[in-house]
Design a binder for this molecule. Structure first.
Ligand code: VGL
Ligand code: ZN
Length: 208
């Protein structure tokens, strides 16, 4: 695959809490790290996202009396999954995985820092309105194709891919450089959505 200066690699939430031993571990999460490090070498433009919540965040189950992780609640912007407390600002769980090569990254977007709203997508928070600023970056830098890798395939990778596609970018998800959580068929729903929206799936091998 030929990578151009109009392409960007968007690396989603490769943080300790999403890896083995972390507070919201995605099965095999840390296995994306060597793959992402290799792919990142090929790109001129690399952007990272970092899930970055205050301790009193609305998405944390312990902040809702009588609720358990992975239950859902209704908020004014829609249904919200309640997660174990994870990626709290300034904690080691919120740090990037220690082996992730961040040297090529020209942008780090933090998301989920507003107490009352979660943010899966790298572009918009879960109300689908509040911007993170990444869309402005992509447009102003005149980037055209967004390649996405990281965690978790069926939440933050999925929402980021959907929003980037809807905003008019070509989007390709590098699926073997992602891992999923898979709650109630969410991985299958992700594949359906990608097909409907014209989001392509590419393999790691295509880059090597
Ligand atoms: C994520 C759940 C909660 C993700 C972040 O990175 O996919 N999932 N916060
Ligand atoms: Zn989160």
């Amino acid at each position: 695959m030929m990578i151009s200066d109009r392409d960007v690699l968007l690396v989603i939430d490769v943080q300790n809490d999403f890896c083995t031993g972390g507070a919201l571990a995605v099965p095999g999460g840390e296995n994306v790290v060597p793959a992402i490090n290799r792919i990142a070498q090929k790109f001129t433009n690399v952007a990272l996202t970092q899930d970055w919540h205050p301790a009193d965040h609305v998405s944390f189950a312990p902040n809702h009396r009588g609720r358990q992780p992975f239950q859902t609640i209704e908020l004014d912007y829609g249904t919200q999954v309640l997660w174990p407390t994870h990626c709290v600002q300034g904690t080691s769980g919120a740090e990037f995985h220690g082996d992730l090569d961040v040297t090529r990254a020209s942008l780090v977007v933090r998301k989920g820092f507003r107490r009352q709203i979660d943010s899966y997508s790298a572009l918009f928070e879960n109300d689908h309105k509040t911007p993170t600023g990444l869309l402005g970056y992509l447009r102003e830098r005149e980037l055209k194709t967004v390649f996405i890798a990281g965690l978790a395939l069926d939440f933050c990778v999925r929402f980021s891919a959907e929003d980037a596609r809807k905003a008019g970018f070509q989007v390709a998800v590098i699926e073997d450089a992602c891992r999923g959580i898979d709650l109630d068929g969410s991985v299958a729903a992700t594949h359906r959505s990608f097909r409907e929206l014209g989001i392509s799936i590419v393999s790691l091998e295509a880059f090597l």
